[in-house]
Design a protein around this ligand. Structure first.
Ligand SMILES: Nc1ncnc2c1ncn2[C@H]1C[C@H](O)[C@@H](COP(=O)(O)OP(=O)(O)OP(=O)(O)O)O1
Ligand SMILES: [Mg+2]
Length: 140
């Protein structure tokens, strides 16, 4: 059985630069990921992605422009079990504050190369690069 999770890759535009939001887990290995978490029984991935974003970063759907057609699913092994994480891309409309839950100890807004470095896992790096290309092509 695959453990399902979902989240949002949130970015903002600041001084002409695109920055991605990454949260650092408050437990080992203190890894950095976008807001995301487990899909509850009976819940779909979209609903879980929004719920986890609210719980982990205190950002609501109405603060975001979600690019519904830009999404990707990562597959990896976590705690000995196969896990899937579906991410959608979302713009934070205004430079609003992030508030963390106890699950995270820090957050950063990072431009693409720094985000790829801190996110560490190769597939997450590819996902961020793909989403950045999508952002470059978004008509503003
Ligand atoms: N993209 C990835 N590829 C491989 N391993 C990863 C990746 N992201 C995180 N991990 C590792 C870090 C941890 O050792 C383990 C579980 O991390 P993660 O999937 O972030 O779940 P989590 O239990 O910390 O939080 P959540 O409840 O938000 O899913 O997998
Ligand atoms: Mg989580």
């Amino acid at each position: 059985m695959v453990v399902k999770a979902a989240g949002l890759v949130i970015y903002r535009r600041l001084a002409g630069k695109v920055q991605f939001l990454l949260l650092q887990a408050s437990y080992p290995p203190h890894h950095w990921t976008p807001p995301k978490g487990h899909v509850d029984p009976g819940e779909d991935e979209w609903t879980a992605a929004l719920r986890e974003t609210k719980e982990e970063a205190n950002l609501n759907k109405d603060q975001l422009t979600i690019h519904e057609t830009c999404h990707e699913t990562l597959y990896y092994e976590a705690k000995g079990k196969p896990k899937s994480v579906k991410y959608w891309l979302a713009l934070l409309n205004n430079p609003d504050d992030v508030t963390l839950s106890h699950e995270h100890q820090n957050w950063k807004w990072l431009e693409l190369d720094d985000a790829v470095k801190i996110a560490d896992y190769a597939e997450m790096g590819s996902l961020l690069r793909k989403f950045a290309t999508y952002i470059d092509n978004v008509k503003v």
